[in-house]
Design a protein around this ligand. Structure first.
Ligand code: PGA
Length: 257
């Protein structure tokens, strides 16, 4: 048992439509109605945020809603971007930053990711900073330096009193959407080292409070074993978050570990 409340996020990525995002929200709310002891957030695509928010409100659900990305500038000529204030206005309370698909498909670099982390935290929202190594980096023995660099760079100039709104997500790139999952021992090893890093940066108390969640092909069948690790405080769920029974099963696994 650790003192951190587990966190499970459902990252819907670029999936669902107006009907299926609403259906999925209702099914998750109903499935989790009696589940306690875990914080849950869903991350729908931008166009469905308002509708998802209104379903969550109508059902008095404690499930939080967040955005998969944000831009760090407050307003202006940034065609196609979405500001943090706009997201707040739509009811988002949490934002994913530095997801591997933003880093490796869209090409976001550490500097931009750091600007986004600072802007999200400064605005008073929760920031889920995602880090993770590619298969080439892992095979070259660079897993730890890559993850440490991404965390250090992401948190550059982030003051300690903002860190209570930070969640770290370790998501090995080779495990995302591939069906391959890090073994609980391998994931625990990375999480433990990331917590040590946070301790070095902000001190042991903040490190002990910071949730570090795992992502990468988490399923109901492997969730309990992963979440039972001492430094794994929940998960960021992609594919399985689109299937209400699977997502509910994963959240229940987090609630009981
Ligand atoms: P996955 O995605 O669960 O489909 O592997 C996880 C993520 O990208 O957050």
């Amino acid at each position: 048992m650790h003192e951190r409340k587990p966190f499970v996020g459902g990252n819907w990525k670029m999936n669902t439509n107006r009907t299926t995002s609403a259906d999925l929200t209702r099914a998750v709310v109903d499935g989790l109605a009696r589940v306690e002891g875990v914080e849950v957030a869903v991350y729908p695509p931008f166009p469905y945020l308002l509708a998802v928010r209104s379903i969550l409100r109508d059902r008095s659900s404690s499930i939080r809603m967040g955005a998969q990305n944000a831009y760090h500038r407050p307003d202006g000529a940034y065609t196609g971007e979405i500001s943090i204030e706009m997201l707040k206005d739509c009811g988002a309370t949490t934002v994913l930053v530095g997801h591997s698909e933003r880093r490796h498909v869209i090409g976001e670099q550490d500097e931009l990711i750091n600007a986004k982390v600072r802007a999200v935290l400064e605005a008073g929202l929760e920031c889920v900073l995602c880090v993770g190594e590619t298969i080439e980096e892992r095979e070259a023995g660079h897993t730890d330096p890559v993850n440490q660099r991404q965390v250090r760079a992401g948190l550059a100039d982030v003051p300690g009193d903002w860190v209570n709104r930070l969640v770290l997500a370790y998501e090995p790139v080779w495990a995302i959407g591939t069906g391959k999952t890090a073994t609980p021992d391998d994931a625990q090893d990375v999480h433990r080292k990331l917590r040590q890093l946070v301790s070095g940066l902000y001190g042991p108390e903040i490190a002990a409070r910071t949730r570090i969640i795992y992502g990468g092909s988490v399923k109901p069948s492997n969730a309990a074993e992963l979440f039972a690790q001492p430094d794994i405080d929940g998960g960021l769920i992609g594919g399985a978050s689109l299937k209400p029974e699977d997502f509910v099963g994963i959240v229940k696994a987090a609630a009981t570990t």
